[in-house]
Design a protein around this ligand. Structure first.
Ligand code: GAR
Length: 208
């Protein structure tokens, strides 16, 4: 049984997609053990409670330093013996200390085709606003293993999504979520659960 921990900050639609995929058997032999939010009002916490999952709120402001915050998150996840950590709309940056116990065991979904529109400052709606401001015809989503360098870890899956001429940031965000994020995030977790992902340097190999 793959034990999953999730870090969230907001609406939690990606968390919901993972929970639904576990229920549907698309992600085999897995369970979300713990959901931690850095924001106490995150709707993702309600989704987790409704699914009977243990929740916790760990906010950056309760700690003197980023390193202490990273340590608190990492200890809470270790106490639940998780094998995989999913960043699901988690809007805080994790420092190197967080990864000591979780190398190639932390995944993130980013709402653009990395390396485009990624890195510090590119999160949530800001990503889609930047895509529209640039006049891109195509955008998408990426799932990657997380390393201390923001949005720069090894890519696992990506999916392209068309930009429409009449899009605003909200309509584009919705289409990227529906057509890409909610599909490739559960797929990537399913591949991990089946032991089909291996990391070689900066490349992820998917075995058949
Ligand atoms: C999603 O679009 C996710 O890709 C993005 O925030 C949204 C969270 O929605 N994450 C980032 O921008 C991280 N860099 P959700 O809470 O409904 O899953």
């Amino acid at each position: 049984m793959l034990r999953i921990g999730a870090l969230v900050s907001g609406g939690g639609t990606n968390l919901q997609a993972i929970l639904d995929a576990i229920d549907a058997g698309i992600i085999p032999n897995a369970k979300v053990e713990l959901v931690i939010s850095n924001k106490k009002k995150a709707f993702a916490l309600e989704r987790a409670s409704k699914a009977g999952i243990k929740t916790a709120v760990i906010g950056r402001k309760s700690y003197e330093s980023s390193a202490d915050f990273d340590y608190a998150l990492s200890e809470a996840l270790r106490a639940s013996s998780v094998d995989l950590i999913l960043l699901a709309g988690f809007m805080a940056i994790l420092g190197p200390g967080f990864f000591t116990h979780f190398e190639n065991k932390v995944m993130n979904v980013h709402p653009a085709l990395i390396p485009a529109f990624s890195g510090p400052g590119y999160y949530g709606l800001k990503v889609h606003e930047a895509v529209l401001a640039t006049g891109c015809k195509v955008t998408g989503a990426s799932v990657h293993f997380v390393t201390p360098e923001v949005d720069a870890g090894p890519l696992i899956l990506q999916k392209a999504v068309d930009v429409h001429q009449d899009d605003d940031a909200e309509s584009l965000q919705k289409r990227v979520m529906e057509e890409a994020e909610w599909q490739i995030y559960p797929q990537a977790v399913s591949l991990f659960a089946q032991g089909r992902l291996s990391v070689h340097g900066h490349h992820v190999i998917i075995s058949q």
